[in-house]
Design a binder for this molecule. Structure first.
Ligand SMILES: Cc1cc2nc3c(=O)[nH]c(=O)nc-3n(C[C@H](O)[C@H](O)[C@H](O)COP(=O)(O)OP(=O)(O)OC[C@H]3O[C@@H](n4cnc5c(N)ncnc54)[C@H](O)[C@@H]3O)c2cc1C
Length: 432
């Protein structure tokens, strides 16, 4: 039986960020993966999604400036974009595994299952370790109702080579809207069905409403209070029904959450977990002190995002190498990537006023349809949180994240010079 100092289960961004520093410090490290090395983000998440978005961003930028220097807005083609996306995703698994092996990290391919608290079984091979790090991520939820076997996931959507004509998306989180925007942008007729009237949890509700209004105006249908009850297949098409709703589609996508991957014999290892994921303490230790867990598999209040998994992976590596402080998360920015980006960091009070920057130079120059910001401040005038709706939101939100962590004020900005005219040079107007 092979023995290691540390065995990491899963090979996503969280796993990578602990595997390398642990190996570098001289430990014997192994990584186990059952599907694609690299995990969700580069294979079927953030990265392919944003490659597909690039042509739509280019088109939107052109469209906004028609009659203001652009004569004809660009035409987009899904099959070309899908082929471009594949050039990013195809090499990921092979290259990730190669990277691990080149660094001396042993890789195993197959489903990992604990046999006991110190032994793992992978494809008939038993592996023993002093420490384990569970980094198994999450998977798309597929609700159960008659015909739910026809439901597709975000992974299926991001693997499409041809775009279906009509798409129904069930769910109203950021992934539902991002994929709806991609589909609509490339020419699909899109309907989002939301079982409640609350959407885009985790984002400021006023800016989320503004985003949804833009979505409905420019991209697709958004219907609330619809609980899908049934899907019936006929000649390769699907009839979706629920309450008063009845609609046909060529592709029905479930974007109803991402439950944690806890199917690895945790009971045999005596590791505590629940429906939301694995429970850990402030050192990311499970109830078995030699078994750690990180990333999307956790039951945690932090957003389940790539940089958060990486931060946690890096924390566990430092902890195992002697650092003894509890984990302290910085501000975590989150972005809905579409034509207009919706972004959030920190805490934004519902009654904070909306700053309309649509007519400011930065937004007016590119003819933004709507550019809005909401900010909340602490009593000492440092930033508590920010929400942004704008084509520039993905960059602006990072500056706000730094401002929160570093406790920037107008005095801090007075000591800095940012290139002008840029998003950063607008910070002067925001920080009091
Ligand atoms: C469509 C989509 C879009 C997203 N967009 C963004 C974005 O824009 N920005 C962002 O920050 N995040 C985004 N995310 C979330 C991001 O992908 C995840 O937060 C991130 O990948 C989590 O990293 P992880 O290391 O915790 O787990 P993962 O990356 O999920 O890796 C877990 C790995 O463990 C493997 N595994 C599971 N169980 C076992 C087992 N028993 N044995 C062996 N291997 C196992 C899995 O196959 C998987 O490869 C998106 C996700 C999706 C689905």
């Amino acid at each position: 039986m092979e023995k290691f100092d540390v065995v990491i289960i899963g090979s996503g961004p969280g796993a990578s960020s602990c595997a390398y520093p642990l190996k570098k410090s001289g430990l014997r490290v192994a990584v186990i993966e059952r599907r694609l090395f690299g995990g969700t983000c580069p294979n079927d998440g953030c990265d392919p999604k944003k490659v597909l978005l690039a042509p739509l961003e280019a088109q939107a930028a052109g469209e906004a400036l028609v009659d203001f220097g652009v004569k004809v807005a660009g035409e987009v083609d899904f099959s070309q974009a899908a082929a471009f996306k594949k050039s990013f995703t195809d090499p990921v698994s092979k290259n990730t595994k190669k990277g691990f092996n080149a660094a001396g990290i042993k890789t195993f391919f197959g489903q990992a299952n604990f046999l006991d608290a110190h032994t793992i079984l992978v494809d008939k091979e038993k592996i023993e370790a002093e420490k384990f790090i569970i980094a198994t991520g999450a998977h798309s939820n597929l609700p159960k109702f008659p015909g739910s076997e026809f439901l597709k996931t975000s992974t299926d959507f991001l693997a499409l080579e041809k775009l279906p004509k009509k798409i129904i998306i069930i769910g109203a989180g950021y992934i539902a809207f991002e994929l709806a925007h991609l589909a609509a942008g490339f020419g699909s007729e899109v309907t989002i069905l939301n079982r409640s009237s609350q959407a885009l949890k985790g984002f400021d509700s006023k800016l989320a409403d503004e985003y949804i209004a833009l979505f409905k105006k420019n991209q697709g249908q958004y219907l609330v209070d619809i609980d899908v009850e049934k899907i019936v297949e006929k000649d390769g098409r699907f009839l979706v029904t629920g309450g008063d709703f009845s609609g046909q589609a060529d592709f029905v996508l479930s974007a109803t959450g991402r439950p944690a991957n806890t199917d690895l014999g945790l009971e045999k290892a005596g590791v505590t977990f629940n429906k939301k994921g694995i429970v850990v303490n402030e050192f990311l230790q499970t109830n078995q002190p030699h078994i750690f867990a990180l990333g999307d598999v956790l039951d945690k209040k932090q957003a389940k995002l790539t940089p958060v998994s990486s931060f946690e992976g890096n924390y566990i590596a430092q902890f195992l190498l002697g650092h003894s402080e509890p984990i302290a998360y910085p501000a975590i920015p989150t972005v809905l990537f579409a034509r207009e980006k919706l972004a959030q960091v920190g805490t934004v009070a519902a009654d904070s006023k909306i700053i309309n920057m649509t007519h400011w130079y930065t937004a007016a120059r590119i003819k933004e349809e709507k550019a809005l910001v909401k900010l909340s401040f602490n009593a000492d005038k440092t930033l508590l949180g920010a929400a942004v709706l704008s084509r520039n939101a993905e960059e602006l939100i990072n500056f706000f994240a730094i401002a929160i962590d570093e406790k920037w004020t107008s005095e801090t900005l007075a000591k800095k010079i940012f290139a002008y005219p840029t998003i950063a040079s607008d910070l002067d107007y925001f920080l009091q």
